[in-house]
Design a protein around this ligand. Sequence first.
Ligand SMILES: [Zn+2]
Length: 481
Amino acid sequence: MSLRVYNTLSGNKELFEPRVPGKVGMYVCGVTVYDYCHIGHARANIVFDIVYRYLKYSDYDVTYVRNYTDVDDKIINRANERGITSQQLSEEFIQAFDEDMARLGLDLPTVQPKATEHIDHIIALVERLIANGKAYASDGDVYFAVESFDSYLKLSKRNLDEMQAGARIAPGEKKRNPMDFALWKAAKPGEPSWESPWGKGRPGWHIECSAMGMEYLGESFDIHGGGKDLVFPHHENEIAQSEAATGQPFVKYWLHNGFVNVNQEKMSKSLGNFFTIRDILKTYDPEVVRFFILSAHYRSPIDFSDQNLKEARLGLSRFYEGLQAAAEVLAECPPSDVEATDGAELTAKFREAMDDDFNTAQAIGYLFEGIRTMNRLMATKKFRKKADLVASVRSLYDTFLELGKVLGMFGSEPKAWLNQQRLSALADLDITVEEIDALIAERLQARQDKDFARSDAIRDELAEKGILLLDGAGGTDWKIR
Ligand SMILES: [Zn+2]
């Protein structure tokens, strides 16, 4: 099967055929660097990290561009509030963003350009639009004339006449038509500004992405991604100004990820349900956050809640428990010549899911099946003496590690990882590690004394608190239910 992707532009899943066979150019809108990133940013960046990784895994040569918007009203306002320059503020939050993405385990894009380093390209693009009659200068500002671009709103499928009727020109805007948007803004006192043919000023937001996308990927490229909230106006305006300048289709496939709700409500600062990545990583392991996000299809909304994060932790723990058990068993079983196809079969299913518009939810479902198969094989009587079964487990185990890399998961040392999760989860329960250890020791003594009533009572008492005892050859261990 070949990769198919849902293209917002056509509203359909389409066969993915990059413009140049074997090569992919992909641009994803980065953050406006004026504050710490929240769970919505985490989702968008993890989703496109997976797209990037899966394309590389599928042997494409990918150029991935993700920008920083480092000049913007929000940056200027926040910097003024804090009495620092826009540049100081944006540098602080570029660093914070990089740290957050590294902690979430994201692969670095090929290029991470800053808008302020591309002012010349932006000015050249604006000049080209004016020369084409698609934009006009007005008292130091430059606006794009939306009525000059016939297919305006083709991405969002909105109606220009209806929007026009409801739109108003804001005070201070010097445009002809309420739907026209700024390509260049004349400098106001105290704002960062650059020399231009229209006087000192700074770029509008939309034009930055067109200029940087074209600079690194050419006038037409394969994939442009971002959150659903960017479809209008940002991506719509990117299309208009790029295609009006070049006369060519700007992007072949437009990919958009769904929203993150918090406890089934829209996330917003005013509702107080706003979580930064830093807050979340104080409680949850980065891989748990990844697992939570990838457990849903990227276009579906997801609901961020403690309960859902806890379930993700439990789900990912099942994988690590299986991997730990397999690693221990395989270390004791010498390699044999027996070949097994289990891993190849699992890989085929995984690819089928991912080829269907990056369906990570389905792919993880198949991986769960694989873990269950592996556990069942290892529980077979005299398993270690059955070379074919050992070969099957080895083949599955190796496949988990390989496919885990595509999802950015399963890369930790299982025992240490599980121990850490157990301690995190214990924080929610009404019991400490010391109390559990003391009860296990007391139970051991009770069993030696043949006081089975007491031994059972201890097991029940722990079970009631959510602790499950695991009796093994090396003694009694425990896990959280
Ligand atoms: Zn953008």
